[in-house]
Each structure stands twice: as structure tokens, then as C-alpha cells.
Design a protein. Sequence first.
Length: 388
Amino acid sequence: MTDTTPADASAPAPARVRVSGDQPYDVVIGRHLLGELPSLLGDGVRRVLVVHPAALAATADVVHEDLKASGYEAFVAEVPDAEEAKTAQVAAFLWGVLGQADFTRSDAIVTVGGGATTDLGGFVAATWLRGIRVVHVPTTLLAMVDAAVGGKTGINTAEGKNLVGSFHPPAGVLCDLASLESLGRWDFVAGLAEVVKTGFIADERILELVEEHAEALREWGVRETTPETWAVVAELVERSVAVKARVVGEDLKESGLREILNYGHTLGHAVELTERYQWRHGAAVSVGMVFAAELARLAGKLDDDVVERHRTILGTLGLPLTYRGDRWEQLLSAMRRDKKSRGDLLRFVVLDDVARPTRLEGPDPTLLAAAYAEISADAPVGRGPVAL
Ligand code: GLY
């Protein structure tokens, strides 16, 4: 959101995706969206705390000034960048800010940032006075299509990521596509991994769009983005958000359908852990999707051409397709310890076909090892630029 001027008559009307549930909310996608903030915050809000990392201080300032101009008593709080923000200490700092400014149950938080900021700000909103309103203003592609939508909030502990948290749906989400202008190339491409995931589990048109425009998407920030590519990005965000909205609207607490959003994540999380979180999330999920596709193929569920389609799309974007051959045992034990596995049984989301997700529970160890052999690189060469 580098350009946050509230009014621009030439900008196309924003798209709105409704997320249903006990407290339905809108995800607004477009440009120059600040004018939308008061209606998303809703009636009765008097004080608003804008939470942001240092790198987004200028954007947060614009939001802060705009809130003040709209009549709110507005405050800002800077938090550390990325995962450093997701600690009990930073949450306690924000609780302190809310307490000192006398935030009541009818006040609100606005987060401006990537997934770590929305997770943290959402968690603080969920816990302050047992829950106040939060509006997310995600500034990365990953946060727009995933973290900001669906109400998952949380912080990390010394024992692992997202171990403390709650489901706290936001009052609204503002995806200002102008924020993506300053996003680094590989951060953008890593975000596309989640977009591609959404295509494989639920919307083939997403895959077609990425296939048609892969070169331009891969060159994000390297050459000037054409109006055609902007239109494609807007459609990809809207379609991805629409899928997520449908899934979380039906299953907020991940008791069934929501699990499909974890396509590629079982192995992906294990890769992230093995790499001590030095890989981008999207890069790890890319490898995880190729693994899940191979697993489904070996289990007799998925045709070869869909497996190859995974490699072609993800590979053309510059995402990694393989991982170290010598890490299988480590990955396997990380997957067993994952909080989403049930007991000792490993569960994978796999595909019967594009947009036909299903589960594979407790696959035979030889099947798992065979699928891993299909994606393993002999040496640690499989990371690709996006992983760095
Ligand atoms: N990131 C997966 C979910 O929101 O359920």
C-alpha cells in the first residue's frame, strides 16, 4: 500500500468477497481502499490501534492519519519484522499499549503487514477483553490469499510455531493490491505457491491463468508490471480468496473441509523445520505439493499428467521441486511430531484430480519412501532461488 490516497475515480471498483459464518465479513480487493476502513470496522468503534512492523511505518502512518481524519482516536504500535513479532513478549507489549490507552470491548485493532503481523494482531485482538474487533490490511501476496482470511491467529513458543492461538475471524480484510508493487520478486513468487495450491485443490482457472502468464509473474519487480499482468494478479487474488472464504465459511475450526488448505503443507512444514525456517514458506509448500502429487500417483489416485502439471507450473515460476535425498528420516520424524497429525497416523491431503481433494491416512511407509525418492535431489541443490 505505497499509494494509499483514499479516492481515485480512475481505479476500478473493488471486488468484494463475503466470508460467511457466525459473524460474516468482507474481504475487499482493489486499490486505494482506505475509504473502506470505517465500514469494515463497523459501528461503535472509538479507539483503533494500528499494529505494523518497522518496514511498513510509512504505510501505517497513512492509515493512522486517515483514521484520525475519520474521527477515531487512533494509536500506532511498531512490532518486530516477520516471525520475531510472534512472541508472548510482543503480545504482552501490545496488551500494555491497549491497557494504557483504555481500550474497551467496542474498540479495535488494525493490522498492517504480512502474515506474522496479522497472526499476532489477530491474537491480541482475540485475547484483549476476551475479544475485540480486528481488521487486517495484508501487504504481501501470501497474507492476502492466506493468513489474513479465515480467523487463524497465534504466536510461537520455544517449542514450536503457532502453538498458542485461537480462531478469531476479523471484522474485515482490505487487500490493497498497490502494496504488492514493493514486494520483492521471490516473496511474490513464494506467495504464488499458495495461489497455485488453491488452484489444485479447488479452482482450475487459477492454474490456467498462472500457466498463461507464468513468465510475467516470475519476473515480478524485475520488469514493469503491465496492466494485463495487474489484471491477472487481481483475478488470482480474488479467486484464491473466494476459495478460502468458501472453505472457512463452512469449516472455521478445521474439523473437516478446511484441512484441504493444507495441501502440500505436511511435508512443507517438515522442510521448513529442517531448514530452521530459512526457507520461504511457499518454497517449502511447493516441494510438499510435488511430494503429495507423487504420493497420490503411487497410491493409484492421480494421473501422471496432473503430477507433471505440478512440476511444470511450479518449476516455471522458479519454485523448488526437490529436496535433499539424505533428509528423509528427519522429515519423517518432523511430520510425525506435527501438531496436525493425529496420534501416530500421518495424514496427507492428496488429489484424485484437479479440484478433487481427498485424504490419505496412514500410508504405507514404503509408499511414502517411494514418493520421496521421486522428489529427492542427491545433494542440497534443490532449493532454487525462492528458497533463499
Ligand atoms: N493456512 C491454512 C488455513 O488457514 O487453514
